[in-house]
Design a protein around this ligand. Structure first.
Ligand code: HPA
Length: 281
């Protein structure tokens, strides 16, 4: 489908609105191996990406590739069970089309999750890391091209990408669930190859604590259109050069599976806390 990005977004939005009448408050993206959370909610509607004409498809094993709409302990949510990555061949604007769509469906908060390699020496496979900031310099901007003025300004501020308010809620939720929560900076690479040890040393020198192939461009697109963001990385492996073994996608999925119960408990508590805080605002 050869449409400009804004037309394609409107086209997909119209299609989804005709199929689904559900207004989400919070949008949640589930990363590699973390998709199981969507099966724990009270599901109202499911929409596979492939049914939406023009919508980018998720082609990665471990990513279901569908929107799930429903209530997580009473909180109206839209969940992306599987995301689209730059390395699948999509233009940056296509990779963030789903974010903009969820915003236009009414979601004000975006909760990003992913599997990531641990760069910080104190991190271990199975740790959960709250993302406090990111480095997106190594991937193209999702805002490149004609600005979508109806969504946001040409030069959006990025001084607080991951909301301080939501970081507070995440810290409290982790404490209440007795889940140790690391904190750190996420760096996005283009993928799909994992990094070389030299690249990991460089990222550490630059201040990054975890590395992955998604998320930063999604956060930029979401800030551009005014969403409030929080993010959690599941440290699925130690990054190249720290890990004694070669990295595999299977290892990433297995580590995510192992931490899934903690992850689900944390996500649920955070969603409820955000919902309550919004109600009281
Ligand atoms: N590097 C990049 N992306 C990743 C990794 C990694 O080590 N682990 C999970 N996603």
């Amino acid at each position: 489908m050869n449409m400009i990005a804004e037309e394609k977004l409107q086209y997909c939005l119209q299609y989804v609105k005709e199929r689904i009448s559900f207004q989400p408050e919070i949008a949640l993206i589930l990363g590699s191996g973390l998709g199981g959370f969507a099966d724990t909610i009270e599901i109202r509607e499911v929409l596979p990406y492939q049914e939406i004409p023009g919508f980018p498809q998720s082609t990665v094993a471990g990513h279901a590739g569908r929107f799930v709409f429903g209530y997580a302990e009473g909180v109206p949510v839209v969940i992306m069970q599987g995301r689209v990555h730059l390395y699948e061949g999509y233009d940056p604007a296509d990779a963030v089309l789903p974010i903009r769509l969820m915003h236009l469906l009414g979601a004000k908060v975006l909760f990003l999750t992913n599997a990531a390699g641990g760069i910080h020496y104190d991190f271990h496979a199975g740790d959960l890391m709250m993302i406090t900031d990111h480095i997106s310099t190594f991937v193209p901007s999702p805002l490149r091209g004609k600005n979508m003025d109806s969504l946001g300004v040409r030069f959006p501020d990025m001084s607080e990408i991951y909301s301080k308010r939501l970081q507070g809620i995440l810290r409290r939720a982790a404490m209440e669930e007795n889940i140790p929560l690391k904190e750190g900076i996420y760096v996005q690479t283009p993928g799909p190859a994992y990094e070389s040890p030299a690249e990991i040393r460089m990222f550490r020198t630059l201040g990054a604590d975890a590395v992955g192939m998604s998320t930063a461009i999604e956060a930029i697109a979401a800030r551009h259109c005014g969403m409030e963001i929080c993010g959690v990385s599941c440290i699925s492996n130690l990054a190249a050069g720290i890990s004694p073994t070669p990295l595999t996608h299977e290892e990433v999925k297995e580590a995510a599976d192992a931490v899934a119960p903690q992850f689900c408990a944390l996500v649920q508590r955070v969603l409820s806390a955000i919902h309550e805080a919004n109600d009281n605002a």
